[in-house]
Design a binder for this molecule. Structure first.
Ligand SMILES: [Zn+2]
Length: 306
């Protein structure tokens, strides 16, 4: 079974009506899940409120310096502003970003403490946030924070982060690349924003696998990369938990990139993941064409429901 972690508070991170990373992304997915054929097999959960998770700040501070965390807090408190040209902070963005991290940690707890999988429907996304600043629509590194959080459990020795967002997760990679107990795998368009993710970037412990694909790539390019590169790499790594940075901007209809995947292709990706481990959580990253975004989340979840 699968638990979806979602709160309407995630709609309160306001980015402006012309910004692609908008609240309607979440409501499109929620509407699709409520009417999906498997709707009754999903359990909906609210994220743990920030005030009820005393350790939350320490997990964020484990990755980001307090100077940066306070910068986000202060920009929000002063009425909002921008971290960079495309990364706005609205008055509630700081609180919402903390709640998003809480939701991702809940996603870890569900997978580690039950037989269920989890899908975290939160925003803002996180994979571009580097140690000392957010960028590219992202404020805090949800996936990396979650990986370190999972590793606190003695029985969790290795965590893999698989990032199928069309953009390279430069932030996630920068944070985890020196940690041998965390693997980072990214499939991304190259060249594209943010310009990182070359094959030669392999991490300090050969724990990073970057698989750039050219614009125009479709499933016939992705499938061999899964079968010849990702599956051997992750099978060898043997993760106790697989965190999927689930972005859906590699869809053909997506306005922000030029890769030509179809929503059903993400169902195949989930099938591949299930061949590695049953301990899987998904967390939303990008994806900006609302119909294909919603269809892709449905396709991702379907194989988990059985
Ligand atoms: Zn993206």
């Amino acid at each position: 079974m699968l638990q979806v972690i979602y709160s309407e508070e995630f709609l309160d991170h306001k980015t402006g009506i012309y910004h692609p990373e908008k609240p309607a992304r979440l409501t499109a997915i929620v509407d699709a899940l409520k009417t999906a054929s498997f709707a009754e097999k999903i359990t909906w959960k609210l994220p743990t409120p920030v005030l009820l998770k005393p350790s939350l700040m320490s997990w964020i501070e484990n990755v980001h310096p307090t100077t940066y965390i306070n910068k986000v807090k202060n920009i929000a408190a002063s009425g909002g502003g921008y971290l960079d040209g495309d990364t706005p902070i609205s008055p509630r963005s700081y609180d919402v970003a903390l709640l998003a991290v809480s939701a991702w940690l809940d996603g870890v707890d569900i997978v580690l403490n039950t037989a269920d999988k989890s899908f975290v429907l939160a925003r803002p996304p996180g994979h571009h946030a580097v140690i000392d600043t957010g960028m590219g629509f992202c404020l805090f590194s949800n996936a990396a924070i979650s990986a370190f959080y999972a590793l606190q459990q003695p029985e969790i020795k290795r965590v893999a982060i698989l990032d199928w967002d069309v953009h390279h997760g430069n932030g996630t990679e920068a944070i985890v690349e020196t940690h041998s107990e965390i693997a980072y795998v990214s499939l991304h368009q190259y060249p594209a924003y943010p310009g990182t993710g070359k094959t030669s970037q392999q991490g300090s412990h050969h724990n990073v696998l970057n698989l750039p694909v050219p614009p125009g790539s479709d499933i016939t390019i992705y499938q061999p990369l899964w079968e010849r590169k990702i599956l051997p790499f992750l099978t060898d790594f043997q993760p106790d938990l697989l965190i999927v940075s689930a972005g859906y901007d590699a869809n053909a209809n997506d306005p922000l990139a030029g890769v030509n995947l179809q929503p059903e292709d993400f169902g195949l990706f989930t099938e591949y993941c299930l061949g590695i481990t049953q301990k899987i959580m998904f967390g939303l990253e990008g994806g900006y064409d609302l119909p294909s975004l919603a269809e892709s989340v449905i396709a991702t979840i379907q194989p988990c429901i059985g």
